[in-house]
Ligand binder design. Structure first.
Ligand code: ADP
Length: 598
């Protein structure tokens, strides 16, 4: 009874998978629509090329049949057949050229479209998506997965169609010569196909295991070698060796399994081959077929066997392609919930009046609120400093203004307009964000500053760099503004990168600023220089600053002390000192270091 329910479960699972595969194919077909002309021409070429291949044994039959009847080869007939063969081969070559070039291209067009859709979707997905996904995995979606889809997209229809025509064509042709022999051969064909598909699948699944074990082994080696100093300092070489040996043995076991299936598959194919030829010879003798018919059967048997092999090969590719497309669809189905409302308006002529009105926020529905009923009012040109313990929600508070995340309660307004009612683009165009982690793109310094405003002239870029205090060090570089920054700006110091990021914001020239611990990762000297640039940047702009430097906090128009219980205190520096509460305690502790550190 229990066994039966297990069986039922398996059948249900298989049915579900079949349903999913079919649904994926139905969803995939429209991607081919713009290229259907190429696709159908490609299938037509497959058809013609396959017919020419099927005609070859017929030519051989004509020549051998004539020779066996007349006792000698008829040269004229041979020449006619050769002529026909050459003509057909030329036709096949033309078709094959189209298939190889344009068959692949139709797949490549689809791949391009899918990649473009995926990249656009990646751009639109909110911060929360990137909080929960690894970039490496997403990269493989855009490369390996899409490649698998393309290969599946054009090879599978071509190869299955070709195998279908061959099998049907050979069946029809063979039936003309001998019905019983043909029926006997085709009776065992399904078994042969099943055998090939089954063992091919087994063999490839061990290849997959093999690849992933190799990946793990590499990761283990990388981890161990990167931490080789720690290993040595703890004299743990034996432990590492032991861990590695386990992985290595596992790798060997998978390889053995792999070669086991490979051997079975190859030997099995040879048996299938032999079985087919033996059957043809025995049946031909049994039914007393003419010699030229036997030759024709043998030649067609070879074609049938290659068709079986290609069905086995492409069944695997089909599965890979469908799985890759399912993974693609999974990403595309993630809703872009943080987008413009249907009646969103442009945020124009911004003064910079900001209001946090009873704002609550949680990163996910199941989490507790990080901010609960928090309110803050920042007038045009004011500086609001947020201080508080790490994890109190300062960065979260700041990231809600440019709508990196949406509030879950209350609202935030800019110049009286709810940020959810204006277009995301215009909102973000009016806010400059300077963060602790500076990201520089591959390219020159000028390219990176220009990112702040893409149509900026060279003079404007230099002016922005001067305002950010970056001009001096840039000019000292070998190629000045045209110096390459290296991957993620490795060729620059932390302070230099930060000044480039500030120059970017100068160029953007937004009326509102968010400075999220922009100087906290810098050494004292760089911090003083960058702070000067930031002070210039803040002039005349409404600023929210997550600060840890006393001088910045002291100069702020208003200070909020944010803890995980909400706003603990707020007021000016003097008011908060007078209040003699949390801020005062913090101030007393930090006057010796100059930094507010909790
Ligand atoms: P602060 O800037 O004051 O150090 P944060 O705003 O960074 O505090 O974090 C506040 C709380 O929110 C912390 O408990 C932190 O773990 C959590 N948190 C921060 N960022 C995320 C995120 N992207 N996803 C989920 N939780 C987060």
């Amino acid at each position: 009874m229990k066994e039966e329910s297990e069986k039922e479960k398996k059948t249900k699972k298989k049915d579900k998978e079949k349903g999913q595969t079919w649904a994926s194919i139905k969803r995939f077909i429209p991607y081919f629509k713009p290229y259907r002309k190429i696709f159908f021409k490609d299938l037509f070429c497959v058809f013609i090329a396959t017919l020419t291949e099927l005609a070859f044994p017929q030519m051989v039959r004509i020549v051998t049949g004539d020779a066996s009847q007349n006792g000698a080869i008829n040269l004229n007939l041979v020449l006619i057949v050769v002529g026909a063969l050459v003509a057909m081969r030329l036709l096949e070559v033309v078709c094959r050229y189209y298939m190889v070039k344009w068959g692949h291209m139709s797949g490549a067009y689809v791949e391009r479209d899918l990649r473009e859709n995926l990249f656009r979707h990646f751009q639109e997905l909110p911060h929360s998506f990137y909080d929960n996904n690894k970039i490496g995995t997403l990269m493989s979606r855009i490369s390996t997965d899409l490649f698998d889809i393309t290969e599946f997209a054009h090879h599978c229809p071509e190869e299955f169609f070709m195998a279908f025509i061959k099998i049907v064509g050979i069946f029809v042709i063979m039936m003309f010569f001998s019905v019983p022999v043909t029926l006997c051969i085709f009776a065992v064909l399904p078994f042969m196909i099943w055998f090939s598909v089954y063992y091919n699948g087994k063999m490839r699944s061990t290849f997959k295991k093999n690849r992933s074990q190799m990946g793990e082994l590499n990761a283990m080696v990388e981890d161990s070698l990167s931490g080789v100093r720690v290993v040595k300092s703890f004299a743990n070489e034996d432990v590492e060796q032991h861990k590695f040996a386990e992985g290595n043995i596992q790798f060997l076991k998978i390889k053995e399994e792999n070669y086991n299936y490979m051997a079975r598959y190859n030997c099995g194919l040879r048996i299938v081959d032999a079985l087919m030829y033996v059957m043809i010879l025995l049946l031909s003798a049994w039914f007393n077929l003419a010699p030229e018919i036997i030759v024709t059967y043998v030649l067609y048997a070879t074609t049938l066997l290659t068709s079986i092999k290609s069905i086995a090969d492409y069944t695997e590719q089909f599965q890979k392609g469908v799985t890759a497309f399912e993974r693609y669809s999974e990403i595309m189905d993630i809703p872009v919930d943080l987008c413009d409302s249907p009646d969103a308006v442009e945020l124009k002529d911004v003064q910079g009046e900001i209001l946090y009105d009873n704002v609550s926020f949680a990163y996910s529905k199941d989490d507790k609120d990080i901010l609960h009923n928090v309110s803050a009012d920042i007038k045009k040109g004011e500086v609001l400093a947020i201080v508080g313990p790490s994890g109190g929600g300062k960065s979260t508070f700041a990231s809600l203004l440019p709508r990196f995340y949406d509030v879950t309660g209350g609202k935030i307004t800019v110049d009286g307009k709810d940020v959810k009612d204006v277009t995301l683009k215009s909102l973000r165009q009016n806010i400059g964000v300077v963060q602790q982690d500076v990201y520089l793109f591959w390219g020159t310094i000028a390219d990176n500053i220009r990112y702040g405003r893409l149509d900026a002239t060279r003079e404007e870029i230099i002016a922005a760099a001067k305002l950010a205090g970056a001009d001096e060090f840039i000019e000292k570089m070998p190629d000045g503004y045209d110096s390459y920054v290296g991957e993620r700006g490795v060729k620059l110091s932390g302070g230099q990168k930060q000044r480039i990021s500030i120059a970017r914001v100068f160029l953007k020239n937004p009326p509102i600023l968010v400075l999220d611990e922009a100087t906290s990762a810098l050494d004292n000297e760089s911090e003083v220089i960058v702070q000067k640039s930031l002070d210039t940047l803040c002039k005349g702009r409404t600023t929210i600053v997550i600060a840890h430097r006393l001088s910045t906090i002291r100069n702020a128009t208003k200070i909020i002390v944010l803890t995980d219980k909400g706003i603990a205190e707020e007021g000016t520096h003097e008011q908060l000192i007078e209040k003699d509460g949390l801020y005062k305690k913090l101030y007393d502790l930090s006057t010796s270091t100059g930094n507010i550190c909790w």
